[in-house]
Design a protein around this ligand. Sequence first.
Ligand SMILES: [Zn+2]
Length: 293
Amino acid sequence: MYTITIRHWEAMTKINIISFNTLTFSEKSARRFFLDFCWKNHQRYCPACKNRKLYHLADGRRRCGRCGYTFHDFSRRYLSRCAFTSRQWLWFLKLFALDIAPASIAAEMEVSYATILKAADTVRRAIVAQALDAGRLYDAGIWPGPGNPLPTQEIVNAPVFGIIELGGVAICDLLPDLRAENLLHFKLNFCLKTASVGQVVYTAPYKQYLALVSCGSGLWPARYIKHADKRLPVEASPFWSFAKQRLRQMRGVPASHFPLYLKECELRYNSRNEDLIPVLAQALCAFVPRPDA
Ligand SMILES: [Zn+2]
Protein backbone atom coordinates (compact mmCIF):
# COMPACT_ATOMS: atom_id res chain seq x y z
CA MET A 1 0.00 0.00 0.00
CA TYR A 2 1.28 3.42 -0.94
CA THR A 3 1.08 5.91 1.90
CA ILE A 4 1.68 9.62 1.68
CA THR A 5 3.94 10.65 4.50
CA ILE A 6 4.68 14.17 3.37
CA ARG A 7 1.83 16.29 4.68
CA HIS A 8 1.21 19.79 5.99
CA TRP A 9 3.60 21.71 3.85
CA GLU A 10 5.49 24.50 5.42
CA ALA A 11 6.35 27.38 3.13
CA MET A 12 10.00 26.42 3.25
CA THR A 13 9.51 22.75 2.34
CA LYS A 14 11.26 21.83 -0.86
CA ILE A 15 9.35 19.37 -2.99
CA ASN A 16 12.04 17.51 -4.85
CA ILE A 17 11.23 15.45 -7.90
CA ILE A 18 10.80 12.25 -5.87
CA SER A 19 8.29 13.76 -3.45
CA PHE A 20 6.56 15.45 -6.40
CA ASN A 21 6.25 12.01 -7.95
CA THR A 22 4.63 10.79 -4.71
CA LEU A 23 2.17 13.67 -4.75
CA THR A 24 1.12 13.09 -8.34
CA PHE A 25 1.09 9.31 -7.92
CA SER A 26 -2.72 9.27 -7.89
CA GLU A 27 -5.58 11.73 -8.06
CA LYS A 28 -6.25 10.90 -4.41
CA SER A 29 -2.74 11.88 -3.26
CA ALA A 30 -2.82 15.07 -5.33
CA ARG A 31 -6.25 15.99 -4.02
CA ARG A 32 -5.14 15.45 -0.42
CA PHE A 33 -2.24 17.85 -0.99
CA PHE A 34 -4.68 20.62 -1.97
CA LEU A 35 -7.26 19.71 0.68
CA ASP A 36 -4.67 20.37 3.40
CA PHE A 37 -4.48 23.98 2.22
CA CYS A 38 -8.28 24.28 2.00
CA TRP A 39 -9.51 23.05 5.36
CA LYS A 40 -7.57 23.49 8.57
CA ASN A 41 -7.70 20.21 10.53
CA HIS A 42 -10.22 18.93 7.94
CA GLN A 43 -12.93 21.11 9.53
CA ARG A 44 -15.47 21.99 6.83
CA TYR A 45 -17.67 25.07 7.03
CA CYS A 46 -20.03 26.82 4.65
CA PRO A 47 -18.06 29.05 2.23
CA ALA A 48 -21.03 31.43 2.05
CA CYS A 49 -21.83 32.00 5.74
CA LYS A 50 -19.07 30.11 7.67
CA ASN A 51 -21.68 27.96 9.46
CA ARG A 52 -20.37 24.53 10.54
CA LYS A 53 -23.68 22.64 10.62
CA LEU A 54 -23.66 20.81 7.28
CA TYR A 55 -25.54 17.97 5.64
CA HIS A 56 -23.85 15.36 3.47
CA LEU A 57 -25.44 14.85 0.08
CA ALA A 58 -25.36 11.56 -1.80
CA ASP A 59 -23.13 13.03 -4.54
CA GLY A 60 -20.37 13.90 -2.04
CA ARG A 61 -21.24 17.57 -1.75
CA ARG A 62 -22.38 19.28 1.43
CA ARG A 63 -25.30 21.58 2.13
CA CYS A 64 -25.29 24.33 4.71
CA GLY A 65 -27.91 23.88 7.44
CA ARG A 66 -28.31 27.62 7.79
CA CYS A 67 -28.22 29.23 4.32
CA GLY A 68 -28.77 26.14 2.15
CA TYR A 69 -25.64 26.76 0.06
CA THR A 70 -24.49 23.52 -1.61
CA PHE A 71 -20.80 23.11 -2.16
CA HIS A 72 -17.90 20.73 -2.75
CA ASP A 73 -14.43 20.95 -1.18
CA PHE A 74 -13.05 23.39 -3.76
CA SER A 75 -16.16 25.57 -4.26
CA ARG A 76 -15.48 29.32 -4.49
CA ARG A 77 -11.72 28.73 -4.49
CA TYR A 78 -9.34 29.68 -7.27
CA LEU A 79 -8.60 26.06 -8.08
CA SER A 80 -12.20 25.33 -9.03
CA ARG A 81 -11.61 27.41 -12.19
CA CYS A 82 -10.28 25.62 -15.34
CA ALA A 83 -11.87 22.21 -14.55
CA PHE A 84 -8.45 20.70 -13.86
CA THR A 85 -8.07 17.57 -11.76
CA SER A 86 -5.80 17.96 -8.72
CA ARG A 87 -3.06 16.10 -10.58
CA GLN A 88 -3.37 18.47 -13.52
CA TRP A 89 -3.13 21.46 -11.19
CA LEU A 90 0.02 20.04 -9.58
CA TRP A 91 1.66 19.48 -12.94
CA PHE A 92 0.59 22.89 -14.10
CA LEU A 93 2.09 24.51 -10.97
CA LYS A 94 5.33 22.59 -11.47
CA LEU A 95 5.70 23.75 -15.08
CA PHE A 96 4.51 27.29 -14.28
CA ALA A 97 7.00 27.52 -11.39
CA LEU A 98 9.76 26.45 -13.80
CA ASP A 99 8.72 29.26 -16.18
CA ILE A 100 7.95 26.91 -19.07
CA ALA A 101 6.27 28.72 -21.99
CA PRO A 102 2.45 28.34 -22.04
CA ALA A 103 2.52 26.67 -25.48
CA SER A 104 4.95 24.04 -24.19
CA ILE A 105 2.85 23.45 -21.05
CA ALA A 106 -0.21 22.97 -23.27
CA ALA A 107 1.69 20.41 -25.38
CA GLU A 108 3.06 18.54 -22.34
CA MET A 109 -0.32 18.42 -20.59
CA GLU A 110 -2.33 17.82 -23.77
CA VAL A 111 -4.81 20.57 -22.98
CA SER A 112 -5.64 23.60 -25.09
CA TYR A 113 -3.44 26.68 -25.13
CA ALA A 114 -6.47 28.75 -24.03
CA THR A 115 -6.89 26.57 -20.94
CA ILE A 116 -3.23 27.04 -20.01
CA LEU A 117 -3.55 30.82 -20.37
CA LYS A 118 -6.64 30.69 -18.17
CA ALA A 119 -4.79 28.59 -15.57
CA ALA A 120 -1.87 31.05 -15.54
CA ASP A 121 -4.32 33.94 -15.19
CA THR A 122 -6.00 32.11 -12.29
CA VAL A 123 -2.67 31.63 -10.48
CA ARG A 124 -1.79 35.31 -10.97
CA ARG A 125 -5.16 36.45 -9.61
CA ALA A 126 -4.69 34.10 -6.65
CA ILE A 127 -1.28 35.74 -6.03
CA VAL A 128 -2.90 39.20 -6.15
CA ALA A 129 -5.54 38.10 -3.61
CA GLN A 130 -2.72 37.39 -1.11
CA ALA A 131 -1.15 40.83 -1.54
CA LEU A 132 -1.51 43.38 1.24
CA ASP A 133 -2.76 45.94 -1.29
CA ALA A 134 -5.30 43.54 -2.92
CA GLY A 135 -8.19 45.83 -1.95
CA ARG A 136 -6.54 48.78 -3.68
CA LEU A 137 -5.92 46.65 -6.79
CA TYR A 138 -9.61 45.72 -6.94
CA ASP A 139 -10.56 49.38 -6.48
CA ALA A 140 -8.30 50.15 -9.45
CA GLY A 141 -10.38 47.82 -11.64
CA ILE A 142 -8.51 44.50 -11.37
CA TRP A 143 -10.95 41.59 -11.58
CA PRO A 144 -10.62 39.44 -8.40
CA GLY A 145 -11.77 36.23 -10.13
CA PRO A 146 -14.81 33.99 -10.68
CA GLY A 147 -17.95 34.96 -8.78
CA ASN A 148 -17.34 38.66 -9.42
CA PRO A 149 -18.81 40.69 -12.27
CA LEU A 150 -16.32 41.29 -15.08
CA PRO A 151 -15.03 44.88 -15.25
CA THR A 152 -17.06 46.98 -17.64
CA GLN A 153 -14.16 49.22 -18.62
CA GLU A 154 -10.88 48.15 -20.19
CA ILE A 155 -7.86 49.40 -18.24
CA VAL A 156 -5.98 51.75 -20.57
CA ASN A 157 -3.36 52.89 -18.09
CA ALA A 158 -2.17 50.56 -15.36
CA PRO A 159 -2.13 51.91 -11.80
CA VAL A 160 1.17 53.34 -10.56
CA PHE A 161 3.29 51.21 -8.26
CA GLY A 162 6.06 52.36 -5.95
CA ILE A 163 8.98 49.97 -5.55
CA ILE A 164 10.77 49.39 -2.28
CA GLU A 165 13.48 46.83 -1.69
CA LEU A 166 14.46 46.23 1.91
CA GLY A 167 16.67 43.43 3.22
CA GLY A 168 16.19 41.35 0.11
CA VAL A 169 12.40 41.74 0.14
CA ALA A 170 10.69 43.63 -2.67
CA ILE A 171 7.44 45.51 -2.22
CA CYS A 172 5.43 46.80 -5.17
CA ASP A 173 2.96 49.13 -3.54
CA LEU A 174 -0.05 50.37 -5.47
CA LEU A 175 -0.24 54.16 -5.09
CA PRO A 176 -3.92 55.07 -5.48
CA ASP A 177 -3.28 58.81 -5.56
CA LEU A 178 -0.99 58.67 -8.57
CA ARG A 179 -1.89 58.00 -12.20
CA ALA A 180 0.21 57.29 -15.27
CA GLU A 181 -0.37 60.90 -16.40
CA ASN A 182 1.23 62.13 -13.16
CA LEU A 183 4.47 60.35 -14.04
CA LEU A 184 4.51 62.20 -17.33
CA HIS A 185 3.78 65.49 -15.58
CA PHE A 186 6.66 64.90 -13.10
CA LYS A 187 8.95 64.10 -15.99
CA LEU A 188 8.06 67.10 -18.15
CA ASN A 189 7.72 69.70 -15.39
CA PHE A 190 9.95 68.49 -12.60
CA CYS A 191 12.59 66.62 -14.60
CA LEU A 192 11.90 63.26 -12.96
CA LYS A 193 14.10 60.83 -14.87
CA THR A 194 12.35 57.98 -16.66
CA ALA A 195 13.40 54.82 -18.50
CA SER A 196 11.44 51.99 -20.07
CA VAL A 197 11.39 48.28 -20.69
CA GLY A 198 9.02 47.69 -23.58
CA GLN A 199 5.91 49.79 -22.82
CA VAL A 200 6.61 49.73 -19.08
CA VAL A 201 7.95 53.04 -17.71
CA TYR A 202 9.93 53.41 -14.50
CA THR A 203 11.41 56.44 -12.80
CA ALA A 204 14.10 57.87 -10.54
CA PRO A 205 13.35 57.71 -6.78
CA TYR A 206 10.18 59.42 -5.60
CA LYS A 207 9.48 60.01 -1.90
CA GLN A 208 10.28 56.75 -0.06
CA TYR A 209 10.17 54.72 -3.28
CA LEU A 210 13.18 53.56 -5.25
CA ALA A 211 11.12 54.03 -8.41
CA LEU A 212 7.59 54.49 -9.66
CA VAL A 213 6.46 52.09 -12.35
CA SER A 214 3.44 51.91 -14.62
CA CYS A 215 2.43 51.05 -18.15
CA GLY A 216 -0.13 52.20 -20.69
CA SER A 217 -0.68 54.49 -23.67
CA GLY A 218 -0.96 57.57 -21.41
CA LEU A 219 2.79 57.35 -20.86
CA TRP A 220 3.51 57.49 -24.58
CA PRO A 221 1.41 60.45 -25.76
CA ALA A 222 3.70 61.53 -28.62
CA ARG A 223 6.64 60.20 -30.53
CA TYR A 224 9.02 62.84 -29.20
CA ILE A 225 8.43 61.69 -25.60
CA LYS A 226 11.16 59.21 -24.76
CA HIS A 227 11.81 57.32 -21.57
CA ALA A 228 15.49 56.67 -22.06
CA ASP A 229 17.36 58.17 -19.11
CA LYS A 230 20.40 56.19 -18.06
CA ARG A 231 21.69 54.96 -14.69
CA LEU A 232 18.55 55.34 -12.61
CA PRO A 233 19.18 54.24 -8.98
CA VAL A 234 16.61 51.42 -9.32
CA GLU A 235 18.90 49.73 -11.86
CA ALA A 236 21.05 48.66 -8.90
CA SER A 237 18.13 46.79 -7.32
CA PRO A 238 18.37 43.00 -7.71
CA PHE A 239 14.56 42.86 -7.71
CA TRP A 240 14.28 45.31 -10.56
CA SER A 241 16.92 43.46 -12.63
CA PHE A 242 14.88 40.31 -12.10
CA ALA A 243 11.54 41.99 -12.92
CA LYS A 244 12.97 43.81 -15.95
CA GLN A 245 14.23 40.60 -17.46
CA ARG A 246 10.80 39.00 -17.07
CA LEU A 247 8.97 42.03 -18.43
CA ARG A 248 11.32 42.14 -21.42
CA GLN A 249 10.57 38.51 -22.24
CA MET A 250 6.84 39.17 -22.13
CA ARG A 251 6.96 41.74 -24.96
CA GLY A 252 3.98 44.04 -24.93
CA VAL A 253 2.31 43.67 -21.55
CA PRO A 254 -1.31 44.89 -21.74
CA ALA A 255 -1.98 47.59 -19.12
CA SER A 256 -4.82 45.51 -17.68
CA HIS A 257 -2.42 42.63 -16.97
CA PHE A 258 0.60 44.60 -15.87
CA PRO A 259 -0.39 44.59 -12.15
CA LEU A 260 -0.77 40.79 -12.33
CA TYR A 261 2.68 40.33 -13.90
CA LEU A 262 4.28 42.74 -11.43
CA LYS A 263 2.74 40.94 -8.43
CA GLU A 264 3.94 37.64 -9.89
CA CYS A 265 7.48 39.07 -10.13
CA GLU A 266 7.23 40.28 -6.54
CA LEU A 267 6.15 36.86 -5.27
CA ARG A 268 8.72 34.94 -7.33
CA TYR A 269 11.49 37.25 -6.15
CA ASN A 270 10.48 37.15 -2.48
CA SER A 271 10.06 33.36 -2.62
CA ARG A 272 13.31 32.78 -4.52
CA ASN A 273 14.74 30.59 -1.73
CA GLU A 274 11.52 28.61 -1.26
CA ASP A 275 9.69 26.01 -3.26
CA LEU A 276 7.06 27.80 -5.30
CA ILE A 277 4.64 24.86 -5.48
CA PRO A 278 3.34 25.06 -1.88
CA VAL A 279 3.39 28.87 -2.07
CA LEU A 280 1.24 28.84 -5.23
CA ALA A 281 -0.94 25.97 -4.01
CA GLN A 282 -1.78 27.90 -0.87
CA ALA A 283 -2.81 30.93 -2.93
CA LEU A 284 -4.83 28.75 -5.30
CA CYS A 285 -6.72 27.12 -2.42
CA ALA A 286 -7.93 30.43 -1.00
CA PHE A 287 -11.50 31.58 -1.51
CA VAL A 288 -11.90 34.10 -4.32
CA PRO A 289 -12.60 37.43 -2.58
CA ARG A 290 -15.91 39.12 -3.35
CA PRO A 291 -15.17 42.76 -2.55
CA ASP A 292 -18.51 44.04 -3.88
CA ALA A 293 -20.70 41.31 -2.38
ZN1 LIG B 1 -24.20 28.77 4.78
